[in-house]
Ligand binder design. Sequence first.
Ligand SMILES: [Zn+2]
Length: 434
Amino acid sequence: MIKAFCIGTKRDWLCSWILLATWTILSVRDCQAQVESAPGIKRFSKNQWTVLTDLPIDQEIESWPSILDQAMATWCQTWSIDPAVAKSWPLTIHCMGDRKIFEQAGLLDGVPSFEDGFQQADRVFLVEQPSNYYRRHLLLHEATHWIMYRAFGGGGAPWFMEGMAEMQGTHRLENNLLSLAIIPDAPESVPHWGRFKKLSDSIATNGVPKLKRILYYGNDRQDRMDRYCWSWAACVFLCNHPVYWPYVQKTSTPPLDYSLKLSEQLEKSLADRWDYVERDWKLFVDEFGWGYQLHSDLICLEESIRSIDSPLTRQLTMQLDATKGWQLVRFPFKQGQGAEITAQGTYVVHVRNQQAWESTPEGLTYQYHRHIPMGKLIGGFLSVDNEQPFEVFQVGTRHDFKASRDGWLLLKINETVGNRRDNSGSLKIQLQIQ
Ligand SMILES: [Zn+2]
């Protein structure tokens, strides 16, 4: 059974070291010297890993067996795979600078054409990438396909297979210690990765896809990278969501295949709360970016919305926390219904050199996000009708709001999710509902 996919968010370092040490003890075999296996192709093996490459074997490529040892130790622990069994699964990595050399050696016979990487049984193929990080990302991506094939019999539906591989591929390597399934803090830590840029470009062109659409993605090559990025976002969302994760866990119980069965079962099991799945997804996508914290930034609206009592008063007061994302106004708006929103208070939106930048609900014009001043109070309207997009608008100190449809109003301070970490304080919101 797949125990948990959401790894790497809260890492127990000591536990990681113990696991790695255990894995290394289990792995002690001779590291074979480099040999030429075909014209222009060097080969070296360590433990269960064999690398074939026409590129110079530098420190980075040489470190791959130990990178994969660490990844395997994590996968065994997370997915309850028996390490002794996993050690008996061999993997050959083809790292290709010049694809022709591998073709001439017959190593690509029977392998369908592919762009960057491919996994076939116990072989993975990687095309040279512009950064060490991104080549390692691809290695871990393809190795995830391989371990899922070996341990679970398949990768599940296309979104799950690619989303899981992207999750495991997105990694941090610090002092030779590997962390998988991270959300990067900044572009510099993941050169040439570009997933957040791809997502925002995709939203600008086509809007946010419904989660249900992602679940039924096929394998077609058109817009392949867009689909990979959305599949990754969907996996991050579902595999870390406190309410929906158990449903994913149940429907992804091995054996897996490569059909849409997993998607159909997941949709069926969540059928009576699917509207909330799509609503939480919209709010997740709205914030998902550099430095997103899975345990604190994910929003679950269902319980909050279901617990809204019939309003007895037309006056509402709430404290808005400057450290948090979208916060729900506990009032069910009807189409055309208006509200006068007023806000007061000061709060810290940035700390630099021990100096705190204080903001009012109008924000600070030193920095902008969504073309709106940092720290400004903004609103978001979530329609009951899931076909409608999440509408974001400026509020500031005072705003007359009118509901375009039946739905819910949410408020927050305008700032990127990663920059919110140093915020403190709150502001007082009053709503006079008409
Ligand atoms: Zn893949």
